[in-house]
Design a protein around this ligand. Structure first.
Ligand SMILES: Cc1cc2nc3c(=O)[nH]c(=O)nc-3n(C[C@H](O)[C@H](O)[C@H](O)COP(=O)(O)OP(=O)(O)OC[C@H]3O[C@@H](n4cnc5c(N)ncnc54)[C@H](O)[C@@H]3O)c2cc1C
Length: 368
């Protein structure tokens, strides 16, 4: 079974798909427009279902020494008083560990898993789609033909646009500030402080560092000129561990988040995976998990269809849509609670937060 397969993008989705395809007996080409030296600086939180998918990709062993395991998610009000706590270990029991780690470390594990075979500094620029093949033009002017092209090129996907599968991503209106902090206060749990249209999350990520993730809903606001000062302005009045963390913050990166919702994820032999197909706001921290699950399912379906790409892509989409749709709907639901004034929301969360938030994840507990 020698299918010529191209994976566009070597982020989490692209590397996971390349790994899954190799396990299924294929040898895809992988291109990445960024240089090989680019390394993500943030942390990442991987809930239990992400660990399960990594295990299915045979990557649980290299991951084990990395980062910190998370056993509880603690939700506090903006002054640092407890609203409720989620027993993460119990929720994902039998599924997988929940872990926070450096994105660069995760990326390295995944790159090693594909034998480092990525063509960097190479962007897919255009597609010509035929009945059973796709011609791809790269930015160096070269052209190659494939039986299957997988767009794992993120929320601003070129492949999505060139295949006519969808337009630009829709901004969620959230601005996210991320920082990796050394020398902050000791913290053993994933901890969130909820404000009005803003939240501050911190978690241990190994090496005595904290991964901090703060957001605000500010659709029209320009990105701040001094993100560190802005973070202080936004969260300076918060309680709990926040003041000590803010004192230790050195650099802050700023991102806006988007949503991608498409009617179809494929056109002929072109398929979208990961954020290119179904990006959501990051509130549930399910983006990487969904990408990893995409990879596992795609590998299984391509193998099961014995090379019949149409059959495989249909089966893939039928299996993946319900879970990705559930994540999108629950992310939106969670984000709506941000608009409720804390005087109303916080008493409700004290009473029912545990049940509501645990339910958000429960749908992801059953096997793929
Ligand atoms: C602020 C923020 C925080 C997040 N936190 C979490 C978290 O804690 N946990 C979690 O699970 N998820 C989180 N996510 C989501 C998660 O990062 C993504 O869902 C996940 O990384 C999958 O991304 P991807 O590989 O599909 O796309 P990307 O990571 O965007 O990768 C796409 C790759 O394709 C390359 N590329 C683009 N165009 C081309 C082209 N034409 N040719 C070649 N290469 C191309 C890009 O350079 C890039 O390397 C977060 C997202 C954001 C924005």
């Amino acid at each position: 079974m020698t299918l010529r397969i191209l994976v566009v993008g070597a982020g989490i989705a692209g590397l996971a798909v390349a790994r899954a395809l190799r396990l299924a007996g294929f040898r895809p080409d992988v291109v990445e427009e960024a240089p090989a030296t680019t390394s993500p600086t943030a942390g990442i939180y991987l809930p239990g279902n992400a660990s399960r998918a990594l295990r299915q990709l045979g990557l649980d062993v290299p991951l084990r020494p990395l980062g910190d395991l998370i056993f509880r998610q603690v939700f506090l009000d903006s002054r640092g008083r407890e609203l409720f706590e989620l027993d993460v270990a119990g929720l994902w029991a039998g599924v997988g560990e929940s872990r926070a780690l450096s994105r660069a470390d995760l990326q390295q594990v995944m790159l090693t898993a594909v034998g480092g075979e990525v063509r960097y500094d190479t962007a897919a620029r255009d597609l010509e789609i035929f009945d059973r093949t796709v011609k791809v033009e790269f930015d160096d002017g070269s052209v190659a033909e494939y039986d299957l092209v997988i767009g794992a090129d993120g929320r601003r996907s070129t492949i999505r646009a060139k295949a006519g599968l969808g337009g630009p991503a829709t901004p969620t209106g959230q601005i996210v500030y991320r920082s990796v902090v050394s020398g902050g206060p000791p913290l053993s749990d994933w901890t969130a402080l909820l404000g009005r249209r803003s939240s501050f999350v911190a978690m241990p990520m190994g090496g005595r560092r904290l991964y901090c993730y703060a957001d605000e809903t500010a659709p029209e606001a320009p990105s701040p000129a001094d993100p560190r000062a802005h973070l202080r302005e936004l969260f300076g009045s918060f309680g709990g561990p926040v003041p000590a963390i803010l004192d230790a913050v050195e650099t802050v990166s700023v991102a806006r988040t988007d949503e991608v919702v498409l009617k179809s994820w494929s056109r002929g032999p072109v398929l979208l995976v990961g954020d290119a197909a179904h990006a959501t706001g990051p509130t549930l921290a399910q983006g990487a998990a969904m990408s990893l699950e995409d990879a596992v399912v795609l590998g299984e379906e391509l193998r099961a269809a014995a090379g019949d790409i149409r059959v495989a892509l249909r089966a893939y989409e039928a299996r993946r849509r319900p879970r990705c749709g559930a994540v999108r709907d629950r992310t939106r639901e969670r984000d709506r609670t941000r608009d409720v004034p804390p005087a109303l929301r916080d008493p409700m969360l004290r009473r029912r937060g545990l049940r509501i938030f645990a339910d958000h994840y429960r749908v992801l507990v059953p096997p793929l």
